[in-house]
Design a protein around this ligand. Structure first.
Ligand code: FPP
Length: 239
């Protein structure tokens, strides 16, 4: 454990997959799966804050998730609203700084207001950087950054050949955050699904088979232990 603590990832990202399969396996509606998934999310956020993870990014709703049934989208939107209203006091007390990654303008009014308020209220907090990806797509994010830089070039504020990685990163939703060190996707699916495409360039990836509602603190610690044992070379050699 002490070794794991010394080699804690700075930035953990999680694709919380398997809520639907969990619901099906328990003969429940998919909304119940998402509700149980929200319990897991609460526990993982608390634990990350308690053990001193610097940044935690959770994929709550992708730009593609609007294709799901109106009932499922509605259930997810209700959970989001419920979460941001019921948890905000505790998160603020824990010094958590909340940031939404994604296009907030595409959210229904109440959800948009709740997330903007949560960001404002916690913006000066210096503890866990909690990023929740909502209406988020990795390619959209990269395109958005490219367009913003192109506009700066058009306005004569910078020259195309002088653009640095830092300039590009400053236009991403994750501006100022460290790169992702560890990406976890539950439920055994082996895909990145348009999540943090730029930021995961050197991420270690783990794909536990457990479904998200069943992902326990023991599973989380097992993932952190596995990360601590990985040999990260960033394209170089260690020996
Ligand atoms: C993937 O499971 C999960 C999602 C699409 C939504 C994740 C959302 C939550 C855990 C709760 C809402 C978030 C907050 C911040 C309160 P799936 O439905 O794709 O599972 P399946 O592949 O088994 O069908």
């Amino acid at each position: 454990m002490s070794d794991t603590r010394e080699r804690l990832p700075r930035h953990v990202a999680i694709i919380m997959d398997g809520n639907g399969r969990w619901a099906k396996a328990h003969a429940l509606q998919v909304a119940q799966g998402h509700r149980r998934g929200t319990e897991t999310l609460r526990a993982i956020i608390r634990e990350s804050s308690d053990i001193g993870i610097e940044a935690l990014t959770l994929f709550a709703f992708s730009t593609e998730n609007w294709k799901r049934s109106a009932a499922e989208v509605g259930a997810l939107m209700n959970l989001l609203l419920e979460y941001f209203t019921s948890e905000i006091d505790e998160l603020d007390e824990k010094n958590v700084c909340i940031r939404i990654l994604g296009d907030k303008n595409g959210l229904p009014g109440p959800q948009r207001q709740a997330v903007i308020q949560a960001e404002k209220r916690t913006e000066a907090n210096t503890g866990l950087k909690l990023n929740i990806a909502i209406n988020y797509g990795g390619r959209d994010e990269i395109l958005m950054a490219a367009k913003k830089l192109a506009e700066k070039v058009e306005r004569g504020e910078m020259r195309a050949e002088e653009i640095t990685a830092g300039d590009f990163e400053a236009e991403l939703y994750t501006q100022g955050l460290p790169d992702v060190d560890l990406l976890i996707r539950t439920s055994g699916e082996l895909r990145q699904s348009n999540f943090l495409l730029y930021q995961c360039a050197y991420a270690e990836m783990l794909f536990p088979t457990v479904l998200w509602p069943d992902f326990s603190l023991d599973d989380y610690h097992a993932a952190l232990d596995a990360y601590a044992r990985r040999d990260r070379r960033f394209g170089g050699r260690t020996s």
